[in-house]
Design a protein around this ligand. Structure first.
Ligand SMILES: *[C@@H]1O[C@H](CO)[C@@H](O)[C@H](O)[C@H]1NC(C)=O
Ligand SMILES: *[C@@H]1O[C@H](CO)[C@@H](O)[C@H](O)[C@H]1NC(C)=O
Ligand SMILES: *[C@@H]1O[C@H](CO)[C@@H](O)[C@H](O)[C@H]1NC(C)=O
Length: 324
């Protein structure tokens, strides 16, 4: 009798396993991948403007995404809301680059806020739209999520550091495909380039409910005085941020503190690969091929600025300031 019960229970168990398997199956077999991902890179105001150079994008962010198989569309500042909504529905993700404009009031901030809110809204209804912030972009994300200016000054404007990983890295999305030896190098060798005067202190993050509930801290760093958050990923949204510059290792050469070792270069590509793979889960499309081709960054030529700037090449844009 006891044996029969066990057998029955075993049978039920097998049915459960089997139905779980079939329940999962449709997801795997129908998981579509976008093989033509297009990612927006946000422009920002040029510090000392010239008639035809009012906004810019450092070319290294474009190369970063292109290196993992994405095409790039520049997202201009000071555009009407309707233009941004249309563009949002045409691209598969957005990157907020580093730079030096205000995260409280600038064309960069206004566009970043619009795309952030559109992304939150889209993701909440199952339209997967990834967002990445690097350096200033990271700080912008922290401001958009917390709606507070809570950054602390740190002595980090031009220094390579190893990452102090938290336990959260074990089930992180960002680092899950990194080889173990690269994680080991990132944790012990100064591979991540920092160029920022402001940082999110770990204490501030932990005591701010919005940030604490929204972002998982994957790594921290210190300038010797302030321990600050250096890598985050959102718990419930495909939103990612690095206070450091993964794109510089492979593509920027003007500053002596940018690491270019094989592990540093791999770090660029593994993170590019990660973010582009996120964009491959989105299926927004331009209304026509013609519209797509007019929007792509290929319509612009980067300028060689290496000797006089922190960037080897820069895309400059000219825009008409709208009355907004
Ligand atoms: C600005 O661009 C326009 C159109 O491309 C060109 O005709 C003009 O010469 C440029 N001006 C400067 C100062 O580069
Ligand atoms: C800032 O950090 C650098 C090392 O990265 C150090 O040489 C310098 O003394 C520090 N400055 C201050 C004011 O702590
Ligand atoms: C790494 O982070 C831990 C936890 O916040 C901290 O206790 C430790 O001092 C940090 N180590 C370094 C080298 O910054």
């Amino acid at each position: 009798m006891a044996i029969v019960v066990t057998a029955k229970a075993g049978f039920t168990f097998r049915i459960m396993i089997l139905s779980l398997f079939f329940m999962c199956l449709p997801f795997y077999s129908s998981a579509k991948i976008n093989d033509r991902p297009i990612i927006g890179v946000l422009a920002q105001e040029v510090y000392s403007q010239k008639p035809n150079q009012t906004a810019y994008i450092a070319a290294s962010y474009v190369k970063f995404l292109e290196s993992a198989g994405a095409r790039v569309v520049p997202v201009m500042i000071n555009q009407p809301m309707e233009e941004y909504k249309k563009l949002f529905n045409s691209i598969n993700g957005i990157l907020y680059p580093g730079g030096g404009v205000s995260i409280i009031s600038s064309g960069y901030e206004r566009a970043a806020k619009i795309f952030y809110e559109l992304a939150i809204e889209a993701n909440s209804r199952g339209d997967y739209f990834p967002v990445w912030g690097t350096c200033l972009g990271f700080e912008q994300l922290m401001y958009l999520t917390s709606e507070k200016t809570i950054l602390s000054q740190t002595n980090t404007s031009g220094v390579a550091l190893p990452l102090n990983f938290t336990n959260e890295i074990k089930d992180s999305k960002m680092f899950k495909d990194f080889p173990a030896e690269l994680i080991e190098d990132l944790a012990t060798v100064a591979l991540t380039e920092n160029s920022h005067k402001w940082s999110l202190a770990v204490l501030t993050h932990n005591s701010n409910e919005e940030l604490n509930m929204f972002y998982k801290v994957l790594s921290t760093n210190t300038d010797g005085k302030v321990e600050f958050v250096s890598t985050v990923e959102a718990y419930d949204y495909p939103i990612y941020g690095t206070q450091w510059h993964p794109e510089k290792n492979a593509f920027e050469w003007t500053s002596p503190y940018i690491p270019h070792s094989p592990s540093a270069i791999k770090t660029t590509f593994y993170l590019a690969q990660f973010f582009v793979s996120e964009a491959r889960k989105n299926f927004h499309k331009f209304e026509s091929e013609d519209e797509e081709s007019k929007a792509l960054i290929y319509n612009y030529n980067p300028v060689f600025t290496g000797p006089k700037s922190g960037f080897e090449q820069i895309y400059f844009f000219r825009f008409f300031t709208l009355d907004i």
